[in-house]
Structures are given as structure tokens and as C-alpha cells.
Design a protein around this ligand. Structure first.
Ligand code: IFM
Length: 449
């Protein structure tokens, strides 16, 4: 009888991994000459973070990196995606690289490789050096150039160790939550700024791609986005068209220019925004990528409405009946297959990776000191099944990265939301694998039916 387990639906060279980020996990913010980031400043603002915390503790990974590598090795993953903290490399966002920071990341990458785990480096997961933030952050074109310089330093230093490079993580969040709604650092509330930041982030991505091609030829390089194509509330042509319109800000706004199609003009016209595009920018942004990373958590629903000042896009969100995670995000595994199919069908990137997927749950069921996070297990299993459906449909999906190895600092939610496969005690730093850790380990080892 053939092997019919879920595990066997994946090719041998499929990447099984976990993801993390510097500001959320490292802690030890004053170590090694690290400069302040826009998130340090944002967290200090009263009311910015739900529990008034900051990334000062994170998951204490800057000090406990050896334990983290051992946990990853125990899981049996073959890749780990971490981000480099720009302020640990250039305290003020410019100038030569700080050796202490570079050495620490080198040490970590070497330990991962020794454990048979391929390091994936994200260059920007939102912790912009504060000095650059004060000079305009992503509203300033110069930040894109500074990002290319920083990419040069990091890729020269770690290039021999890193399997794949990610320029930006979820730039929609940097632009629209950072400059549009103010939920993230730097906390501005101005939609026109969100679009200006979009262009400079993409320009930074394109400039960084050129640097990576020169410094690490032959290594994979790409971008990670958090795309969305809300499901149509009905099969009517009006609702289907609304679903497409609603996808643009999170998806086409990024993937169109990256794939040489320029910006989606209808969206920009409807928003009456003019992007700060200079001659040659679109060519820089269209540097070919080896992959698109997809961070997927949920799928919303939209219906068509008449455009109005409140709903200028001509669509409105509709409540679904699916269960939700503690973030309030609907649990829709089939939406993962759908978004991968939408991206493949529209832009045809050479490879797709699910670079983040996971669930925040209250983790209140504890037996014999261990968290029985059955909701998280069922979330992961159903989304891995959705990846298997994507492969069956012929999509070039090459890896799955769980978010996240450890409980960590969940941005404006502080520590009040947990995504980890491993619990972290904030008083002692002690790590306790949850039931989901054992499930992922057993799944990877082919021990589950
Ligand atoms: O924690 C974040 C991560 O930094 C980016 N993607 C979504 C995760 C959960 O909100």
C-alpha cells in the first residue's frame, strides 16, 4: 500500500521551517552598540502598545540563541528565517558595519548550518534605525539608498552562509500600518504618506536586489508580502469584481511593479495619489526575483457596494461564520490555496514559499506544565493540507515556514498574543515546547498517520 500520509504529499526537497524577526524575538536592545529603532521610540509612546511593553525582552533570543538552534534541530526543520536588525549593523542607519552585530549573526548562521538548517535572512522586518526615521523614514527617498548600503554590508559579511535573502517583510504593513493607520511605528495617519512610503520601500527592494545579485550570485533572493484577495460574498460578477478591486492594495500594488507592470493605475487614480516616481525607478523595482514569499493568516469576504467617501473602492467587508483566532482573524485554510493560485495565475513567479503561517490562541489548557494548544495544531495541519492542495494544482510551492518558533513581542499587541510553538517565560526566559511543537516534529519525522 502506498504512503497516504499528509507528509508524503510533499517532495523531498520541500523546505520545512520556522520564521522569526529581530525586534520581536531578540531582546537585549542595548547590546553590542545597537542603535535605537523606530519601534523603540514607538513603544515608549503611551497607549501605543496594548500592554505597554516593548521588544526589550522579545523572546530573549539574543542571549539564548544556542537554545533556539537546539529547539529548531529538535523539530527537524531544514530552514530558519530570521531577520537582521538594521540598528545592530548601523546604529544610525549609515556608515561602516558594527562588527559585534555582524559577528553575532555569523555565529548564529554557522550554528544553524552545523545543525543542518539553512539560514534565510530577511533584511528588513520593520526595525528601521531611529536616526533614519527622524530624517523622514520611508517618506524619504534617501532611506531606499541607505537600505541598499546596509544590504551591501550584510550580504558581504554573511553571503557565504545564507541560503536565501528576503529584502522586505510585508512592506504593506510598513507603509499602510506605519504611515496610514498609525497602528505601527512610526505611527503616522496619512494615506498619501502610505503610498509615498510604498514607492520608497519598493525602490529600496529593487536597489537591494541589485546589490544581492552582485554580492551573492547564485543565491536565492526575493521579497515577502502579505497578500490578500478577499473572497467574493457571492458568485455574482459584481462581487467577483469587488474581490479583485479589494486585492490591489495588499497584492497588485506590490507584485505589479516587481513584475515590470508598473503601478496599478486604476487604484492610484481612485485614491487620487501621485507616487514620487522618478525616471528609471520602475526599472530598478522590476529586478527579477527568484521567489515571492507569502505570509498567510486569514481570508476576508467582500461584496460590491456603490462607491462612496466611506467605501471609495466600491466594496465592503462582510462578516463570515468561520472560527477566528485570538487576533480575530478568520480561519480559512482554503484561502491559502486560493491566494497562492491567484498569485501564480496572475504574476507567475518562479517559486512560491509560504514564509509565515500560524495562529494566536489563548493557550490556557495546561497539563503537567505543558500547553495543550490543540487549536494551533489543527490550524497548522489544515494549512499544511492547503499547501498540499496547491502542489496538487501544479503551483510551484517550495516551502512552508511556521510562525513562530517562540512566543514573542506581537507589535502593538505586545505580549498579549502568542503564536509560538514554544512558550517563553518572560521572568526566567525558560522555553517550554507546546503540544504543537511535538506535533510539527512528529509530522516532519513522518510519524503521523
Ligand atoms: O508577528 C507578525 C509578523 O511580524 C509579521 N507577520 C504577521 C505576524 C503575526 O501578526
Amino acid at each position: 500500500m502506498g504512503d497516504t500520509s499528509l507528509r508524503s504529499a510533499f517532495p523531498r526537497d520541500f523546505l520545512w521551517a520556522c520564521s522569526s524577526s529581530s525586534y520581536q524575538g531578540e531582546g537585549s536592545l542595548g547590546d553590542g552598540g545597537r542603535g535605537p529603532s523606530i519601534w523603540d521610540e514607538f513603544c515608549a509612546r503611551p497607549g501605543a502598545i496594548a500592554d505597554s511593553s516593548s521588544g526589550e525582552f522579545g523572546s530573549d533570543s539574543w542571549r539564548r540563541w544556542r537554545e533556539d538552534v537546539a529547539l529548531l534541530a529538535g523539530l527537524g526543520v531544514n530552514a530558519y528565517r530570521l531577520s537582521v536588525a538594521w540598528p545592530r549593523i548601523q546604529a544610525e542607519g549609515r556608515g561602516p558595519g558594527l562588527q559585534a552585530g555582524l559577528d553575532s549573526y555569523r555565529r548564529l548562521c554557522e550554528a544553524l548550518l552545523e545543525a543542518g538548517i539553512e539560514p534565510w535572512i530577511t533584511l528588513y522586518h520593520w526595525d528601521l534605525p531611529l536616526a533614519l526615521g527622524l530624517e523622514g523614514g520611508w517618506l524619504s527617498r534617501d532611506t531606499a539608498k541607505r537600505f541598499a548600503d546596509y544590504t551591501d554590508i550584510v550580504s558581504r559579511s554573511l553571503g557565504d552562509l545564507v541560503g536565501a535573502w528576503v529584502t522586505l517583510n510585508e512592506p504593506w504593513c510598513s507603509a499602510f500600518l506605519g504611515y496610514g493607520t498609525g497602528e505601527h511605528a512610526p505611527g503616522h495617519r496619512n494615506e498619501a504618506e502610505a503610498y509615498a512610503a510604498t514607492h520608497h520601500l519598493l525602490l529600496g527592494h529593487g536597489l537591494a536586489m541589485d546589490v544581492l545579485r552582485a554580492n551573492v550570485p547564485g543565491r536565492k533572493a526575493g521579497i515577502v508580502i502579505n497578500p490578500a484577495k478577499p473572497r467574493a460574498a457571492s458568485p455574482s460578477p459584481e462581487d467577483e469584481a469587488a474581490s479583485l478591486r479589494a486585492s490591489v492594495e495588499r497584492t497588485g500594488l506590490w507584485l505589479d511593479p516587481i513584475h515590470g507592470r508598473g503601478y496599478p493605475e486604476a487604484q492610484l487614480a481612485q485614491k487620487a495619489v501621485v507616487l514620487p516616481v522618478l525616471d528609471g525607478d520602475l526599472e530598478v523595482i522590476a529586478a527579477p526575483v527568484d521567489f515571492v514569499g507569502v505570509n498567510y493568516y486569514n481570508e476576508d469576504i467582500v461584496k460590491a457596494v456603490d462607491p462612496s467617501p466611506a467605501q471609495p473602492g466600491g466594496y465592503a467587508y462582510v462578516e463570515g461564520r468561520e472560527k477566528r483566532t485570538e487576533m480575530g482573524w478568520s480561519i480559512v485554510p482554503a484561502g491559502l490555496t486560493r491566494i497562492l493560485g491567484f498569485i501564480h495565475g496572475t504574476w507567475k513567479p518562479a517559486a512560491l514559499y509560504v514564509t509565515e503561517n500560524g495562529g494566536a490562541f489563548p493557550d490556557t489548557r495546561i497539563e503537567d506544565g505543558r500547553v495543550l494548544d490543540l487549536d494551533r495544531i489543527s490550524y497548522m495541519e489544515s494549512h499544511i493540507e492547503a499547501c498540499a492542495r496547491a502542489l496538487e494544482a501544479g503551483l510551484p510551492l517550495a516551502g512552508y515556514f511556521a510562525w513562530s518558533l517562540l512566543d514573542n513581542f506581537e507589535w502593538s499587541w505586545g505580549y498579549s498574543r502568542r503564536f509560538g510553538l514554544v512558550a517563553v517565560d518572560r521572568a526566567s526566559g525558560a522555553r517550554t515546547p507546546k503540544a504543537s511543537y511535538a506535533w510539527y516534529r512528529d509530522f516532519l519525522a513522518g510519524r503521523l498517520p
